[in-house]
Design a protein around this ligand. Structure first.
Ligand SMILES: Nc1ncnc2c1ncn2[C@@H]1O[C@H](COP(=O)(O)OP(=O)(O)O)[C@@H](O)[C@H]1O
Ligand SMILES: [Mg+2]
Length: 412
C-alpha cells in the first residue's frame, strides 16, 4: 500500500504498520523531524536514536512502516547499509535519508542509483523537512510513482508430481523465515491449491475473482484474499468446485504481478506443469524461472520442453534447473541423467518420502528435518540471487526497494 492510500483520502490505518519510523543520530535532528512530522501527520510516527544500521536490525524483526527515515551520518559504507535495508524492508516503503554532507554526488547516488526518495543534509531546517515530507506522506499530491518492487520467481514442474509445489513452499518458508524477505506464494492451480492443502489452510474463490475482474485488484483485495502462512509469508490460492469455469481476463497476470511486486520482496509463482496461455504469461513475466525435474525419463523429456521455451524479457538469468527426488528407487543415475539432458542441475534435492510426510504432518518444513534438503533449498535461494547483478530491470523508477531488489543479491 502506498503512503497516499494509507494516509491520504480515506486515512485508513494499516494494521500492524506504523506510518513513519525514523532513526536519527542526534537530538537536534530528531527534534526537528519530530516537529515536522507532528505538523504534517499529527500522530502515527515513531522516532528513535540510531542510524541506518539500527533500522536494518529493527526491520529484520518488525513490520515495515510506510515511510522510513534513516541517518547515514558517520557511516562509511552507506550504500551497502542501504542495500541491506532494502532486503528486509517491504518494497513499497518510501525512504528519506538524512546525512551530514551537502554533496551533489551523494544526492545523485542515493536518489538516482539507489532509488532513495529524498536526501536531506544537516542541520535540518524545519521548513525544508515539512516541504519534503508532505508529498512523501501523500498530503500534497496524489501518488504518482509507477509500479515497482519485488522479484518474480516462477517455479514449474517438468511434469506433474515432480515436487514443484513442495519446492515453492520450502523456498517461501526459507526466504521469509530465514532471510526475512516479505514473500508471497501465488498458486496458479486454481481448482485446488496443493500448497494450501500442504499448509492446512482453506482457500476460497477470491483469487478467481481477481483473474476475472483484474480492475478490482487493489490492496484491499490482497488484505482479504492473501492467507497468512507465517511472519512475512503469505499465500494466494484458490479452491474451486470441480465444474467451475474460469473466464480469465487477459490483463490479469500483468495486473496481479504489478500489485504483488509493490507489496512483496519476492513473488513465487507455482505454475502448473502443463501451462495454458494464461500460465505462460506468468512465465513470461518472471525474473527467474525454476524448472523442477525428477530422475526419470519422462522428467527429462518434460524438461526439454521448457528448455525450448523462449527467454522472457524480464529474465535476469538463465533458468535454474532443480533435480528433486534424487535417489528415487528405479530412477536414472546421475550419469544417465547427464547424458539425457546434457546439463548439470544447479540444485539437487534428495528423495525423502518419510521425511516429507512427517514434516507435513507436523506442519514443519522438510528443510528443518533434513540437512541435505536444507542445503539444496539454501543453494536455490542463493541461485535466485546470483546473476542478477548485471541486468537492469526493464522498468526503472522503482525506488530503493525496487531497483536494489532486482540488482542485488537476495539469497539468505
Ligand atoms: N524430495 C522429495 N522426496 C520425496 N517425496 C517428495 C519430494 N518432493 C516432493 N515429494 C512428494 O511428491 C508428491 C508431489 O509433490 P508436489 O510438490 O505436489 O509436486 P508438483 O507440484 O510438481 O505436482 C507429493 O506427495 C510430495 O510430498
Ligand atoms: Mg503442484
Amino acid at each position: 500500500m502506498s503512503a497516499s492510500e494509507a494516509k491520504g483520502d480515506n486515512a485508513t490505518p494499516v494494521p500492524g504498520r506504523t506510518g513513519v519510523l525514523g532513526f536519527l543520530a542526534d537530538a537536534t535532528s530528531e527534534e526537528t523531524t519530530r516537529t515536522a512530522l507532528a505538523t504534517v501527520l499529527g500522530g502515527d510516527f515513531e522516532l528513535r536514536r540510531g542510524s541506518v544500521r539500527d533500522a536494518v536490525r529493527h526491520l529484520e524483526r518488525g513490520p515495515s512502516p510506510l515511510l522510513l527515515i534513516v541517518d547515514i551520518t558517520g557511516i562509511d559504507h552507506y550504500a551497502a547499509a542501504l542495500e541491506a535495508l532494502a532486503l528486509v524492508c517491504a518494497p513499497d516503503v518510501k525512504v528519506l535519508v538524512v546525512g551530514d554532507r551537502n554533496d551533489a554526488g551523494i544526492y545523485r547516488t542515493l536518489v538516482r542509483d539507489l532509488g532513495v526518495d529524498e536526501y536531506l543534509y544537516k542541520p535540518l531546517n524545519l521548513e525544508t523537512v515539512v516541504r519534503v515530507l508532505r508529498p512523501m506522506l501523500g498530503k500534497d499530491r496524489p501518488e504518482t510513482r509507477g509500479p515497482r518492487g519485488g522479484k518474480v520467481v516462477a517455479v514449474v514442474g517438468a511434469r506433474g508430481g515432480v515436487g514443484a509445489s513442495t519446492i515453492v513452499t520450502e523456498l517461501g518458508r526459507h526466504l521469509a523465515g530465514k532471510a526475512h524477505h516479505h514473500t508471497v506464494m501465488l498458486d496458479l492451480n486454481l481448482q485446488s491449491s496443493e500448497i494450501a492443502l500442504m499448509l492446512g489452510l482453506q482457500a476460497d474463490a477470491g483469487l478467481r475473482a481477481a483473474f476475472e475482474k483484474p480492475d478490482r485488484l487493489d490492496t484491499l483485495f490482497l488484505e482479504r484474499t492473501a492467507l497468512r502462512v507465517a511472519d512475512r509469508l503469505d499465500l494466494l490460492a484458490a479452491e474451486e468446485t470441480v465444474d467451475a469455469e474460469l473466464r480469465a481476463d487477459p490483463d490479469a497476470p500483468d495486473d496481479l504481478i504489478d500489485l504483488l511486486r509493490q507489496r512483496y520482496n519476492l513473488v513465487i509463482v507455482d505454475v502448473p506443469a502443463f501451462p495454458t496461455p494464461l500460465h505462460l504469461r506468468f512465465l513470461a513475466l518472471a525474473n527467474v524461472r525454476i524448472v523442477v525435474l525428477e530422475p526419470t525419463l519422462s522428467g527429462c523429456r518434460g524438461l526439454l520442453r521448457y528448455r525450448a521455451l523462449a527467454a522472457g524479457k524480464a529474465e535476469t538469468r538463465p533458468p535454474i534447473y532443480v533435480l528433486n527426488k534424487q535417489g528415487l528407487p528405479g530412477g536414472l543415475s546421475s550419469r544417465d541423467l547427464q547424458k539425457a539432458l546434457d546439463l548439470e542441475p544447479e540444485c539437487v534435492l534428495p528423495f525423502l518420502p518419510k521425511t516429507v510426510v512427517q514434516a507435513a504432518n507436523a506442519g514443519r518444513s522438510v528443510a528443518e528435518r533434513s540437512t541435505p534438503f536444507r542445503r539444496g533449498i539454501e543453494r536455490l535461494a542463493h541461485e535466485i540471487a546470483a546473476g542478477t547483478g548485471s541486468v537492469r530491470p526493464k522498468r526503472l523508477g522503482g525506488g530503493l526497494f525496487g531497483r536494489l531488489r532486482l540488482t542485488r543479491a537476495i539469497g539468505g
